[in-house]
Design a protein around this ligand. Structure first.
Ligand SMILES: [Zn+2]
Length: 260
């Protein structure tokens, strides 16, 4: 097995949702939690890889105007937290990011896509077509305004499991259910291996309880993906970082602290 490693990773802060746990997990309580919406920047010997792009700068200006009235009191965000400013704060240029891997195409993750016309954008089979034409009751969470500007960008749709650089350092996993092409990523770092779950699971508790999320496109697939991540944790000893989980965020985030 290839033994390549990424050099380090930063968890970039983004918007924060202030919502009850039940919004993130079927069976969750009414307790109000602050939910991070991170992106992850990974330094690999071949260049920078970004996992997710956070929310659009317009969300920082007027969330109700860009995302809709129901989000007015649900989101905290400011311009210093958009992904471009977070990358610059670490001393990089946007053009240093050569690859963008999308966990999925919900609008809390797609807002920075337009900033990467020079990069290769990676997703899994089925995600792009679904994001452009979702089921009617899902159209409020896939934002066509985020996607259309990227129509001629360098998109690549992959299938199954994909060793991104062929060195074992970054492996994309198809973990469908939340959306058709949901993608988790195994990051091998010098001192630890971390699975970025993306939104394949929404709370650390849900890994144990196997609870899905209310807007999953296919709950049965979602449970299978949660079980796969749980097995990676329990059998392979991997740390699973659930993007929206407040405890994972508190323990491992945020930049400028580098994770190695
Ligand atoms: Zn999300």
């Amino acid at each position: 097995m290839a033994e390549g490693k990424a050099r380090r990773m930063w968890a970039l802060p983004g918007a924060v949702f202030v919502v009850p746990r039940s919004a993130l997990m079927v069976g969750g309580s009414d307790e109000i939690v602050e939910v991070p919406v991170p992106s992850f920047l990974i330094e690999h010997p071949r260049g920078l890889v970004l996992y997710d792009t956070g929310s659009h700068p317009k969300v920082a200006e007027d969330v109700a105007a860009y995302w809709g009235e129901m989000f007015r009191n649900m989101v905290r965000f400011s311009r210093d937290l958009t992904v471009d400013n977070q990358i610059k704060a670490l001393g990089y240029k946007l053009t240093d990011v050569k690859w963008v891997v999308m966990s999925h195409m919900h609008m809390d993750h797609t807002g920075g896509l337009f900033m990467f016309p020079h990069a290769k954008l990676l997703t899994m089979k089925g995600e792009l077509s679904y994001a452009y034409w979702p089921a009617p009751d899902r159209r409020n969470i896939f934002l066509i305004d985020d996607l259309l500007p990227t129509r001629n960008y360098q998109w690549m749709e992959l299938e199954g499991e994909f060793d991104m650089f062929g060195d074992g350092s970054l492996t994309l996993l198809h973990t469908p259910g939340h959306t058709p092409g949901s993608t988790s990523m195994v990051v091998r770092l010098p001192h630890q291996n971390i699975v970025l779950a993306g939104d394949a699971v929404h709370m650390r508790d849900a890994l144990d309880s196997e609870h899905t999320m209310s807007v999953d496109t296919d709950p049965q697939q979602a449970v299978a993906s949660i079980r796969r991540l749980k097995a990676m944790r329990d059998l392979q000893g991997m740390r699973v970082w659930v993007s929206h989980d407040p405890s994972d965020w508190a323990e491992m985030g945020p930049a400028p602290r580098a994770i190695e």
